[in-house]
Design a protein around this ligand. Sequence first.
Ligand code: AMP
Length: 216
Amino acid sequence: MNKALVFLGSPGSGKGTQAKLLQKEFDFFQVSTGEMLRREVSSGTSLGNMIKSVMDSGGLVDDVMVERLLENNIQEGKNYIFDGFPRNLRQAVFLDSFLLEKKISLVRVFYFHIENDYVIKRLLERRVCSICNGEFNVNFHKIKGNICPNCLKQSLVIRNDDNELTIKDRMKVYLEETVPVFDFYKKKNIFFVINAMNTIDSVFCEICDKLLGVIK
Ligand code: AMP
């Protein structure tokens, strides 16, 4: 049976960075609903413009819209890391029945624990590549101007929602909507806490340890 992991945690907790590392090392595909939505926004359609205004405000995009996006991007026969989904209880219930239908077993839910002070600092220091979607930190990575260390193009940008005001709104939404999802998974005994304040390498090792017996 194919397997799925869910990454939960506040904005800036490093879910995307770790999902990309795991995808590189193991037979898993990263599913980032945030990236899917940003692609929709860049298409410049009226739907994209509507989504943009919600994302820029720090709110959550309509559940049905995000669920449809997932349905269009997930196939049977693959292993997935859900990064940024579910964001609320309704989405968690949806994911359960969706994975059942696709014959994919949810084996681990990792909660990336990070304190608030780290979050704001990390998000303000974050740069993303508009070509490869790579995520970088101006302090951890050697960055020259806006050159992506991966593509070597002048493609690094600051995300629209990585500003102090929107970060506070995103944190509020996270506390109100996403934190209640923890209990949903704790009851299933697949919930694991990761110390997301450690270095990228140590967080990766902690995740791999907690995947022992689950992945080859
Ligand atoms: P992220 O890239 O995960 O930080 O997400 C960026 C933004 O995309 C969020 O602040 C939301 O506006 C939107 N978004 C991402 N995932 C979801 C989701 N599962 N449900 C609703 N909105 C989402």
